[in-house]
Design a binder for this molecule. Structure first.
Ligand code: ZN
Length: 137
């Protein structure tokens, strides 16, 4: 088992940053042949999800729809002012797991891994953990 962490800068209050390449680099660096890769975001107002990356409009639509469904200002109890970001994070989730086969993430043709920030812009942390058989084992 190996683990890495890296930082991602977001550029808007709601932003989705494609981290697939960074994750794939860590899988390659690990020498993992077959196993799993877990991507985990240790934040309460940012999450991680897998969705289409070929057309950037897809994640724009996701963010815009979340903004419409969960408005920034509403009758929230959380007094810090970012309740919407916490709710979106719960809907998004804090981790994704992707199978690794022959050293590559087993993503579908259109799938990419996105860090989703809902209270940016900020610098966010992404943890990557890989477990399984290395090509040398
Ligand atoms: Zn808060």
């Amino acid at each position: 088992m190996r683990r890495w962490s890296f930082q991602v800068k977001t550029s808007a209050r709601s932003d989705a940053v494609d981290v697939t390449g960074l994750v794939a680099d860590k899988v390659q660096e690990s020498g993992l042949s077959d196993g799993i890769c877990c991507v985990y975001v240790p934040h309460t107002t940012a999450g991680v999800t897998i969705n289409e990356g070929a057309d950037p409009a897809v994640m724009e639509d996701v963010l815009r729809t979340l903004d419409r469904l969960i408005p920034w200002k509403a009758d929230y109890r959380h007094t810090e002012g970012n309740a919407a970001a916490h709710i979106k994070t719960t809907l998004t989730g804090s981790s994704v797991t992707v199978f690794v086969e022959k050293g590559r993430l087993l993503l579908g043709t259109w799938q990419r891994i996105f860090l989703c920030d809902y209270d940016g812009p900020r610098t966010r942390t992404v943890h990557v953990l890989v477990q399984g058989a290395t090509s040398s084992s």
